[in-house]
Design a protein. Sequence first.
Length: 291
Amino acid sequence: MSKPIATLSRTREIMKQYELGFKKSLGQNFIIDANILKKIVDQAGIDEHTVAVEIGPGIGALTEQLALKAKQVLAFEIDQRFIDVLDDTLNPYDNVEVFHQDILEANLLPFLNKHVEEGNSVKVVANLPYYITTPILMKLLREPLPIHSMTVMMQREVADRMAASPNTKEYGSLSIAVQYYTDSKVVMTVPKTCFIPQPNVDSAILRLIKRDQPLANVKDEALFFEIVQASFGQRRKTIKNNLQRAFIDRFSKDMIQQWFEKSGIEPSRRGESLSIDEFAVLANACHDLIQ
Ligand code: SAM
């Protein structure tokens, strides 16, 4: 078998052969260490019943490792220049399909219904373009997609925020948005030296396993997320201050005081000390009182 794509020499060779440069604007930092990719595939639990969905295959380094283990790989790449390259580099694998599409524009529910057979488990695996990590994950989480899990590389700092627990400096509205839908864990950190070109920051692999039901019982999700967001407006302030400030045009101070009384949440607490369940109790009290 030929050398994996994920080596410095093959990556350089392929980029040279097609006279390509890396586009920083599209987050193009390619992995040049096949062992890291094998670990990602391992952590994702890819096997012969898995349909792996990859975002941003680039020249196919991760796609190749997925193709060796998965039943099928469906990969979305925005950069037209790589479509022919992938045709060539992934030629040995007949279980890969590449789609030239912006993942943020993709209509994924009908797509997955069309491409995935019953009994197969859909797992997203990707070295994400870092400039749109959060929008991509929020799209995958908010849409009612038949996805089992996401095992994705991102900036280490963002991974730490997504997996953070209450009462830590990383905990905030992003942690809650992600953990509401998933059980999330940083499974590996990856140094800059494993990429070409090297990014400015270290990276981490986050594994997000989708929950069957969201973590908390929330009556109005939009209101819940609005309250969460507002509670972290100014981290040093109490939730009461943050909510009064954020909702100044919509709700009186008295009304906000009633949310605290009904929920039993102490208004002098800071957002970072509230669990997702406690935010749900507060948002549900607000929902009941403003009906
Ligand atoms: N998978 C390769 C690897 O691990 O070496 C490349 C990963 S690179 C960090 C991110 C890839 O995502 C690039 O190939 C880039 O062109 C692609 N990309 C960027 N924005 C995208 C989007 N909106 N939709 C799909 N692919 C995108």
